[in-house]
Design a protein around this ligand. Structure first.
Ligand SMILES: NC(=O)c1ccc[n+]([C@@H]2O[C@H](COP(=O)([O-])OP(=O)(O)OC[C@H]3O[C@@H](n4cnc5c(N)ncnc54)[C@H](OP(=O)(O)O)[C@@H]3O)[C@@H](O)[C@H]2O)c1
Length: 245
């Protein structure tokens, strides 16, 4: 398929910055029409839409079920049936030990990283599954190497919230494999975005075996591959994009 062929409609949650923004641009270059979801940064989302070409920005907080429904309905109404969803919106928690976490902190990180991922996955299945009258599609969940490494002393809650996303990828892939949907994941390592506390990348940036942090575009490339037919015999697996870390 040539670079300018239409592939269909893809929704990227948290597409206004970082990995989501780079992914939106990579998918647009692959020929997708892109919906760029954001929570607060309308100006950043507009910049990404401009870089994509055939794209729209849609505000929604993916933690809220009714806003997730509105997001999917808006994308379908404006661009057409959704063929792929990149479940990317996420946050880290402040650095700290498990013994210091309070319920408010835990509620925030699990709501944004885990519950939102389930809400978006459910909405994606209800639009794309052949069992619901859809045409099939791909869901790519953005996890983290933290899910495997555990992030001791930093944010074990974040790591656990992403380990739950890995289980979602495995379980949902088996649920919907015969309904035309492939479910895949990526586990980025240390990637240069604004998600990190100041100084963290300087401190840890050379620790991956490849000797440097990754760029958002390097994760986006893998997500674009997973969303495409080029990965047609893959489902229920999560790919590390972490420089060997
Ligand atoms: N950077 C890394 O080293 C790294 C490593 C492993 C995994 N990851 C994962 O990769 C994903 C993207 O991270 P990033 O580094 O690109 O982060 P980032 O630069 O901080 O960007 C986060 C994006 O998520 C959006 N967002 C946050 N909460 C949202 C919500 N409730 N509803 C809708 N959108 C929301 C933000 O929207 P606004 O712009 O409107 O705020 C923004 O577009 C996350 O899931 C993260 O856990 C990152």
């Amino acid at each position: 398929m040539g670079m300018t062929d239409r592939r269909g409609v893809v929704l990227v949650t948290g597409g206004s910055r970082g990995i989501g923004a780079a992914t939106a641009v990579a998918l647009a270059a692959d020929g997708w029409d892109v919906a760029v979801n954001y929570r607060t940064r309308a100006d950043e989302a507009a910049r990404v839409v401009k870089a994509c070409g055939r794209a729209i920005a849609v505000q929604a907080d993916v933690v809220e079920a009714d806003q997730v429904e509105r997001l999917f309905d808006t994308v379908t109404a404006e661009l057409g049936p959704i063929g792929a969803v990149i479940n990317n919106a996420g946050v880290v928690s402040p650095g700290g030990r498990v013994a210091e976490y309070d319920a408010e902190r835990l509620d925030r990180v699990f709501r944004i990283n885990t519950i939102s991922a389930f809400l978006v996955a459910g909405a994606a299945v209800r639009r794309m599954s052949t069992a619901y009258g859809g045409n099939g599609g791909v869901l790519v969940n953005v996890s983290s190497r933290a899910a495997v490494l555990g992030s001791a002393g930093e944010y074990v809650d974040y790591a656990a919230s992403k380990a739950a996303v890995d289980a979602l990828t495995t379980g949902l892939a088996n649920e919907v494999a015969k309904e035309g949907i492939r479910v895949l994941g990526v586990r980025p390592g240390l990637i240069e975005t604004d998600i990190h506390e100041p100084g963290r990348l300087d401190r840890l940036g050379t620790t991956p075996p490849l000797g440097r942090p990754g760029r958002a575009e390097e994760v986006a490339e893998v997500i674009a591959f997973l969303a495409s037919d080029r990965s047609s015999y893959m489902t229920g697996t999560t790919v590390d994009v972490s420089g060997g870390r």
